[in-house]
Design a protein around this ligand. Structure first.
Ligand code: BGC
Length: 762
């Protein structure tokens, strides 16, 4: 679309306000005003339509000018979500444009795109999942500059638009994230030419080459190779081609797709004129342009790789909204955000990003109070979740409405996220209360009055994902329904458990917001639910059915096991871990609590064993098998190298980052916004050193520690060593120092150093 305009007098300031149905790329006299892509961001467009504001003063000249806009399908009409269905929001693309010219003489002029003209261009198709096809022979020359002859172009059609509330975009746009050169080009065993980025990313490949016209270059994107080392794209469901096609023109040319992005590390190249070389390619990740805040490193390269994997999974899943994965779904699964939010907020400045997503969540909350499993709640998901699961929501997943704002409050000390979501949180809990009170399992009528009364506090009906993706149920199970089995087996107990959690967390939020009555009411409700849970599910011997590690972890973490039975439950949890060869067997909702529960129950030794475990399932198994991001399933690549159709870029299990920073590095906020934090590093975890830092609202907080000397028998069982611990406390903050052999002390801002003796763990 071309929108010519005249600046009749000298211009003091010029701004363009732009949004679209679909996604757009804007140029002013042939120049892009910034490097953002995929605008407008993904929101429930029927309710919220974000517009972007560009200062185009420097690009406008006196006299004739032209705006150029390329429109593509994006989330509006594209084939998106797990099912790959098209037209989630509408069937026709559209542009809304408002330009304001403020002249030096104090007068003002505005115009829209009504007098614009449109034409087909070199982008032949563009879909966020399927990919982009670009025919350079069809480039239109200086079409987005003044003086271009657009007589053959068609006038634009004015259509009545009913956009959602127009809101100026108030969070970081999607931009290229540190483009880099690929690692290598390989010839696969089957003869394919495959580009290896060296890193799993969400983004695109930029190409540059000199060529004759008419070569059709195809780039297919995949996240892993198969067991033989060949290109592999096993993404489930339709329209997941992740394939870009570029048709050359004559001469030197550069091209970067702007209307799609892929989850990939490997790219199968075909149709390249001659031999492709590394300098022909650049890997361009896309991500919301947040600031980096947190850092973590240790003496163990495997842990450092894990940290890098967590960070890259976050980067790849913060394209416009928090997504589950860039390849299969690009969907705002609420459960993934719920478990990962603390790590996300530590690593990068996710404040505005998550607040915006939470605004979408509020817009999508159902009138019943149910929080959808996915935000934005695409039409395709509504239909297929209703058909397959009979539900819009799930315990744990809907809790993102509370857990994400709490993570924002704790990390950045800003109460607004709690305040603005408080009504939505209350509605979510009211929904759960109502379901628990009115829905009962079969046989309810025949129960004793006590059991019936108790059942009013148990959310033991409806569909839930439960402790989703328990490894022992999923790994090696050829049954296509294996994933759902984890839900089926655990939802009956996880639903009631998370009801207690929701009530307790809402009570906590009410307390922070100074709503004492609510705080008391929700705390009392949580108590009732906990009691009902204990009486219904926790045996006199501390056993909880079904006996999975994650069920014990959840019950212990959420305080659902009566105190006298805690030791037995902990012992049983450790027994299950031992029986599993000191390997975890936990799913989505228990992984975030697993290592903390063990540490809090005095079994730090077991937590370390799980952390440093390298047999599947474990974090380091993935690292040892070449992962550069977190996998959706621990065994996505099997021991024999077989690749499966899981996603290789899922941040959910990266939630362990939060534990690593707090417990291994030893840097943990006590007060929201880091005014007070605790320094308690894991000097006995077996590492030689670790360092962790965070750009807090007060400035940089950091802990670094190193084992500097050993005394006595330094065998694995005994002896003692010396550790040198350094702490940086930013201005106006305080740190509570907890180090072995020293009384606890509080230190003020500045640099502090400590030398302490570390007893070896027996
Ligand atoms: C997604 C998950 C999500 C889950 C729901 C998957 O398809 O990728 O991350 O939370 O479904 O259980």
């Amino acid at each position: 679309m071309r929108v010519p305009f005249t600046a009749s007098r000298p211009v003091a300031a010029a701004r363009a306000y732009v949004t679209a149905h679909g996604i757009y790329d804007l140029t002013v006299n042939g120049t892009r005003p910034d490097d953002r892509v995929l605008a407008p961001e993904h929101t429930p467009y029927g309710a919220i339509q974000l517009y972007q504001t560009y200062d185009i003063t420097a690009l406008v000249s006196a006299g004739g000018n032209a705006l150029g806009v390329v429109l593509a399908d994006g989330w509006w009409t594209g084939r998106i979500g797990t099912t790959g269905d098209s037209c989630q929001y509408g069937t026709t693309l559209g542009l809304l444009l408002d330009v304001e010219l403020a002249y030096v003489d104090g007068t003002c002029e505005r115009f829209s795109a009504e007098h614009g003209r449109s034409h087909e261009g070199p982008v032949r198709r563009a879909d966020l999942f399927v990919g982009e096809a670009y025919d350079a022979r069809r480039e239109l020359g200086a079409w987005d500059r003044p003086g271009y002859d657009d007589a053959a172009w068609l006038p634009v059609r004015r259509v009545p638009a009913a956009p959602g509330a127009l809101i100026g975009q108030d969070f970081e746009p999607v931009r290229p994230f540190e483009p880099f050169s690929p690692a290598r080009i390989l010839t696969a065993p089957n003869g394919d030419t495959v580009l290896d980025a060296g890193q799993v990313v969400a983004g695109v490949v930029e190409i540059r080459l000199s060529s004759r016209a008419g070569h059709v270059i195809t780039l297919e994107h995949g996240e892993t190779l198969d067991a033989d080392g060949n290109f592999f794209n096993g993404i489930l469901n339709d329209n997941k081609d992740q394939t870009d096609v570029y048709t050359t023109r004559d001469g030197y040319q550069e091209h970067r797709p702007r209307f799609t992005y892929h989850g990939f590390r490997y790219v199968r190249i075909s149709g390249w004129p001659g031999e492709p070389a590394l300098e022909n390619f650049r890997i361009v990740p896309y991500a919301a342009a947040m600031d980096d805040l947190g850092d973590f490193s240790t003496s163990d390269e495997r842990l450092n790789q894990l940290q890098s994997n967590i960070r890259w999974s976050q980067i790849g899943n913060t394209v416009s909204i928090p997504t589950d994965c860039p390849s299969r779904e690009k969907a705002g699964w609420t459960g993934d955000v719920a478990v990962y939010a603390p790590t996300m907020c530590f690593l990068r400045g996710a404040h505005a990003f998550l607040r915006s997503w939470l605004r979408s969540l509020r817009a999508e909350q159902l009138t019943t109070g149910a929080v959808p499993m996915i935000v934005p709640y695409l039409k395709a998901y509504r239909t297929f979740l209703k058909d397959q699961l009979g539900s819009d929501t799930s315990s744990g997943w809907g809790d993102a409405v509370i857990l994400a704002p709490l993570a924002l409050w704790r990390a950045y000390g800003d109460k607004r996220a709690l305040e603005e979501n408080y009504p939505a949180m209350r509605a979510w809990l009211a929904y759960i209360e109502q379901r628990a009170r009115t829905q009962h399992p079969a046989g309810f009528e025949g129960w004793s009055p006590e059991e019936r009364e108790r059942d009013r506090y148990l959310w033991n009906t409806d569909f839930h994902f439960g402790d989703w993706l328990i490894p022992s149920i999923v790994l090696g199970n050829p049954d296509a329904n294996a994933m759902n089995l984890t839900a089926e087996r655990t939802m009956g107990v996880v639903g009631p458990a998370f009801y207690a959690f929701t009530a307790e967390k809402l009570g906590e939020v009410a307390g922070i917001l100074g709503r004492a009555d609510d705080a008391a009411r929700y705390a009392a409700l949580a108590e009732k639910v906990r009691a009902a849970f204990a009486s219904a599910y926790v045996g006199a011997d501390g056993r909880i059915e079904p006996e999975y590690q994650g069920i014990y972890v959840i019950a212990l973490a959420l305080g659902l096991v009566p105190e006298d039975r805690v030791p037995a439950a902990v012992a049983r949890l450790v027994e299950l871990i031992e029986q599993n060869g000191w390997r975890l067997d936990t799913g989505f909702l228990s992984v975030p609590f697993l290592l903390d529960v063990l540490c809090d129950q005095g079994r730090t030794d077991v937590a370390y064993r799980l952390m440093f475990q390298d047999r599947c399932p474990s974090w380091l198994y993935e690292v040892d098998h070449g992962a550069t991001t977190l996998w959706e399933s621990w065994g996505a690549i099997a021991v024999d190298g077989t690749a499966s159709s899981y996603s290789y870029n899922h941040y959910a299990f990266g939630c362990v980052g939060d534990w690593l920073y707090r417990r291994i590095g030893g840097l943990a906020a006590i007060e929201a916004g880091w005014r007070r934090f605790r320094v308690e590093p894991a000097l006995d975890c077996g590492l030689a050193r670790a360092a962790v830092s965070e750009e807090t609202p007060y400035g940089r907080a950091a802990v670094s520690w190193e084992i500097v000397g050993t005394q006595g028998d330094d065998g694995p069982q005994g002896g003692c060593r010396t550790a040198f611990v350094q702490v940086d406390v930013p201005p106006n903050a305080r740190a509570e120092i907890r180090l072995p052999g020293m009384p606890e002390q509080t230190v003020k801002s500045g640099h502090h150093a400590f030398l302490v003796r570390v007893e070896r763990r027996a």
